[in-house]
Design a protein around this ligand. Structure first.
Ligand SMILES: [Zn+2]
Length: 641
């Protein structure tokens, strides 16, 4: 049941609302998605993942931790990692956006019940944390490197911002303000010169400043951002200060490095600061970091993080497919940065990367039923993983099966808040009234522009097919200007306006003077294509990947012909991939089983010599992998010499 009476969604009902710049993203209420790829994911998130997350956190005692603080019964037996509070806050943020999106009373009631539990745990001075500062616990702020207290506060503040922008002032918003005020008192200029080992408070305070108009929150965020990079944190053994970006100031950084989620949350906050402070130099530095990192440290899926030991970026060109970490949260955080850079610059490349990451990282993580998740998203799985035990907590799910919950369970709730607010990333409006459609999702869009609203209906089954039809249902009197994103891979795309198709180049297809009743059809070429890795990426030299539209494809061992081995096939690159169902068919030849030998078992004097008749291998979208059960899988396919 939907009742919109107490919602207050406005054009600002979105996760990111810069206080400067020539462009804004749309609010949640400006788009209503219809059945399609993302609407289905949103529905599963709403009907399954939110309650699933709540149930697990209740069961593990993470929510009860708040009750124990309130009743004074804390002790050394507290369950959960020191950052488990943040998962409850991210769930609250997801519920806030979901209520803002749909007005579902049940969702709102879930949120209020959680607020009932966390409010009594607040200390009298606005400190809120269930791991530190109470009976039997370490003192507040005694371990800034690992303690995640400011990180947790940041997620609480982001939940409060979501509430403020969808409902208005309430007790959650008031709590967020008190927590932020506490942080400003404790860490402001003249107070302790500390910062958190895990960036997050910065991006939260920036948005709170925007949502409330209180510049002191922005000033505190700026202090945290500028303090980092000077060795203020004690390095964690074996990881060094680069792990939490305390080795180089953000404005002097050349490429993102260290723990990927930390680096990206910090970068997101730094973009916010650059925009709100009109700091062109800082913005240019961040754009350069994005370019360098995307060019050399990012997987074909958009995934970021090449190393397991620190969940971190690798060196340039260090992109092993089998050891890819590509944490789901890093994909989400990458989109947080790209979205902010897009709003700041209007450069289509940022929206292109977001699409790549949405379809190949974000959409890959959850199971079809929304009750299990990938934490890491490798691009090669040599052996089929174990079927995840349905009722058990997984350490961190490095294997090839989605798990219902994790000891470190950052990804499920991060997905939840992302999917609940996804509408906000589908389109933007420039100050001159031009509307840009960025991600193609069927639905109705009623976007506020100068002089009224531009009301559009978008019909598409993208990414299953490449046609996107846009009908103008209403436009301001002078006619509307619309830009359609033509993805970088879409060579040969066409745009038809009222019956006359023309070829449009990757970038933007711009149309002006659109009145009510105008119909545009963008047709993106969806035939599968080979994607060749840069020769400097040693780990995948001699291989090729296949993409179809925005989807990276993969080969799962369950689809192999009888007797074939996943690693015993060589692709015939002279034969272009052919469309097949929602994936492709490629031609391959078998190579003999591994060569034996007395001294160097896997090496020999002769190169591979594929033999036998060719066979056709069916590839499926990477985001579908292991949805049919555990499987071995690879994205990069070795080619026949
Ligand atoms: Zn995560």
């Amino acid at each position: 049941m939907t009742d919109l009476t107490t919602r207050r969604t406005t054009a600002a009902a979105a996760p990111v609302v810069p206080s400067a710049g020539a462009r804004r993203g749309i609010g949640l209420d400006e788009a209503t998605l219809h059945d399609g790829f993302w609407k289905r994911m949103q529905d599963v998130n709403a009907s399954a993942s939110l309650q699933h997350s709540l149930d697990w956190m209740e069961r593990l005692g993470w929510i009860e931790n708040f009750d124990r603080v309130a009743s004074g019964s804390t002790g050394p037996d507290r369950p959960g990692w020191m950052f488990s509070d943040s998962e409850i806050y991210k769930l609250i943020e997801a519920l806030a956006w979901e209520f803002g999106r749909t007005g579902d009373r049940g969702i709102d009631a879930m949120l209020e019940r959680l607020v009932d539990r966390i409010l009594p745990a607040e200390d009298s001075d606005g400190y809120l944390n269930t791991c530190y500062g109470h009976l039997g616990q370490e003192a507040r702020y005694s371990d800034l490197e690992r303690g995640h207290e400011l990180y947790c506060a940041g997620h609480l503040i982001q939940a409060a911002v979501a509430r403020l922008r969808t409902v208005g002032e309430d007790r959650l918003v008031a709590l967020g303000r008190r927590v932020a005020d506490h942080v400003c008192r404790e860490f402001g200029a003249g107070a302790r010169q500390g910062l958190c080992g895990h960036p997050e408070i910065e991006v939260a305070l920036m948005e709170l400043a925007r949502a409330t108009g209180e510049d002191r929150y922005r000033e505190q965020a700026e202090l945290f951002i500028e303090r980092r990079g000077h060795g203020a944190l004690r390095p964690i053994p074996l990881l060094g200060p680069g792990y939490f970006q305390d080795d180089v100031p953000v404005r002097e950084t050349e490429a993102w490095h260290g723990h990927a989620v930390r680096a990206l949350y910090l970068a997101a906050a730094a973009v916010d600061l650059a925009v709100d402070r009109h700091d062109a130099e800082l913005l240019a530095a961040l754009e350069a970091q994005w370019r360098r990192t995307v060019e050399r440290r990012t997987y074909i899926t958009g995934g970021m993080g090449s190393r397991h030991q620190d969940e971190g970026f690798g060196d340039d060109w260090e992109l092993p497919p089998d050891r890819a970490y590509c944490e789901t949260c890093a994909g989400i955080a990458s989109n947080m940065v790209s979205w902010r850079l897009y709003l700041a610059t209007g450069d289509v490349a940022y929206a292109d990367l977001m699409e790549r990451t949405l379809y190949n990282v974000v959409a890959t993580s959850p199971s079809d039923d929304g009750r299990a998740f990938f934490y890491a998203n490798p691009l090669q799985q040599r052996e089929a993983g174990e079927e995840a035990v349905p009722d058990a907590v997984n350490a961190r799910a490095e294997g090839g099966e989605r798990a219902p919950w994790f000891e470190v369970s950052c990804c499920p709730t991060n997905l939840a808040r992302t999917l609940a607010s996804l509408n906000a990333y589908t389109a933007s409006v420039d100050d001159d009234g031009t509307v840009s459609l960025l991600q193609y999702a069927a639905g109705e869009y009623r976007i506020a522009v100068a002089g009224g609203h531009l009301h559009l209906r978008v019909e598409t089954s993208y990414p299953d097919a490449g046609a996107v039809t846009v009908t103008v249902l209403a436009a301001p009197g002078s006619g509307a200007s619309l830009r359609l994103r033509v993805p970088h891979w879409a060579h040969g795309a066409t745009l038809e306006r009222d019956g006359a198709p023309t070829v449009v180049e990757p970038g933007w297809a711009s149309v002006h003077g659109l009145g009510s009743g105008a119909v545009l059809t963008l047709v993106l070429p969806m035939h599968p294509r080979f994607s060749w890795p840069d020769a400097r990426i040693d780990a995948v030299r001699g291989t090729v990947a296949v993409e179809r539209g925005p989807l990276v494809l993969c080969l799962e061992d369950r689809d192999l012909p009888d007797g074939a081995a996943l690693d015993g096939l060589r692709i015939d690159a002279d034969q272009p991939p052919r469309a097949h169902r929602d994936g492709a068919l490629v031609t391959a030849h078998a190579v003999p089983s591994p060569r034996g030998g007395a001294r160097t078992p896997s090496f020999g004097a002769e190169a591979d010599a594929p033999t036998g008749a060719s066979t056709l291998l069916p590839l499926v979208p990477y985001h579908r992998w292991a949805q049919r059960g555990p499987s071995a899988m690879r994205v990069f396919l070795p080619i026949r010499p």
